[in-house]
Design a binder for this molecule. Structure first.
Ligand SMILES: [Zn+2]
Length: 158
């Protein structure tokens, strides 16, 4: 997926996650949207740094790197929600575009789904919107269905 797709995905997820965590639709919702949209969008841009440093879709497109972003806020109380951007970047690359990613790098086998469209295709935005909506449904199910609110998201101060 291209940068436009990852930013669109990150911003829309920010709005969606804001409503999942603070569904009232009031000032608290707006505050939560801002609080989560920025780190999620930043995180969504992180994996493609490996186009300049390392090997693209390998060095920063793998589960150990995602694990570091999930663990960091718990250990250092900082960078909350950035991991969501990293995770959804992987999902968008794997599900929304033709080439897979090396999830278990340094093992270089790339994994993807046969659902992707070319990154320059006219359907790219549509695919991004569909995947973003699906991610928010899964997120809602996790937060409300499994009662996972608080881990590893860490509740925002009221
Ligand atoms: Zn990527």
């Amino acid at each position: 997926m291209n940068k436009r797709g990852h930013v669109l995905n990150g911003l829309l997820l920010g709005v969606g996650v804001g409503f999942i965590l603070a569904p009232a639709g009031d000032v608290g919702t707006l505050r939560t949207i801002v609080a989560v949209a920025v780190p999620i969008t930043l995180g969504a841009l992180v994996p493609d740094i490996d186009t300049e440093f390392g090997r693209h879709r390998k060095t920063l497109h793998n589960l150990p790197v995602l694990g570091l972003f999930i663990a960091f806020p718990a250990v250092f109380s900082n960078l909350h929600y950035v991991w969501i951007g990293v995770l959804t970047h992987y999902v968008l690359d794997m599900v929304g575009s033709k080439r897979g990613i090396a999830l278990f790098y340094p093992y270089t086998q790339e994994y993807g789904f046969p659902t992707g469209v070319a990154t320059k295709s006219e359907y790219t935005n549509l695919v991004t919107l569909f995947i973003t909506g699906s991610e928010l449904l899964v997120g809602s199910a996790i937060v409300y269905g499994l009662g996972w609110y608080g881990w590893p998201l860490t509740p925002l101060p009221a």
